[in-house]
Design a protein around this ligand. Structure first.
Ligand code: AMP
Length: 210
């Protein structure tokens, strides 16, 4: 049980939402490159400032930046028994680099059609204190946290379209890449959150022997 898991899918597929269940089930830490980049932006680092230009435009941050972040993250002690990658890898060069530094045991692809994605992302809200993710219609927040919810700057309709375009051209080809390596499990992400969660949990149990 020392390998890593990749949560794969378009923006808004529910990767961040489902990650919590996998963390609870496996004890592996969640490694989200999107969260790491947002932390760097907030901290005002040089790398954060550079990444922000790409993020705000809905484009992928260059591979060299992302691979550097991951290499550093994997040296931390909590990563020795594998991690849960969320939103990484997003290009074939990223997957090739990852294959050199970690063992990926399972790639769980959450599939959602584009038209559903736009509705999901535009209604998405985040609790900045806990990182919990809600949706104004599909997954409303409890009233006590409602007033502090924020909308991500890149969760607007125009930026979502750019992110989907980046997904289809640069990230989607990775599904075949992982499938050829016998690692890809596809899940229908266009169903209620708990049902997607059950399917994700089954996939983890089958492939990771938990
Ligand atoms: P996410 O929170 O995963 O949707 O990521 C938000 C934004 O961060 C993306 O739209 C990209 O601009 C950038 N990003 C996150 N992860 C990656 C990655 N693995 N490769 C390139 N860019 C990334």
């Amino acid at each position: 049980m020392s390998g890593s898991i990749v949560l794969f899918g378009p923006p808004g597929a529910g990767k961040g939402t489902q990650a919590g269940r996998i963390v609870d089930l496996t004890g592996k830490p969640q490694v989200s490159t999107g969260d790491m980049l947002r932390t760097a932006v907030k901290a005002g680092t040089k790398m954060g400032a550079e990444a922000k230009v790409y993020m705000d435009a809905g484009l992928l941050v260059p591979d060299s930046v992302i691979i550097g972040l991951i290499e550093e993250r994997l040296t931390q002690s909590d990563a020795v028994n594998g991690v849960l990658f969320d939103g990484f890898p997003r290009t074939i060069p990223q997957a090739e680099s990852l294959a050199n530094i970690a063992v990926v045991e399972s790639v769980i692809s959450i599939e959602v059609p584009d038209d559903a994605i736009v509705e999901r992302i535009v209604g998405r809200r985040m609790d900045p204190e806990t990182g919990d993710i809600y949706h104004i219609t599909f997954n409303p927040a409890p009233s006590e946290v409602e007033s502090r919810l924020i909308q991500r700057k890149d969760d607007t309709e125009d930026t979502v379209r750019a992110r989907l375009e980046a997904y289809h051209t640069q990230t989607a080809p990775l599904a075949a890449w992982y499938s050829e390596r016998g690692l890809l499990i596809s899940i229908d992400g266009n169903q209620p959150i708990n049902q997607v969660g059950d399917a994700v949990e089954d996939a983890v149990r089958t492939t990771m022997s938990v």
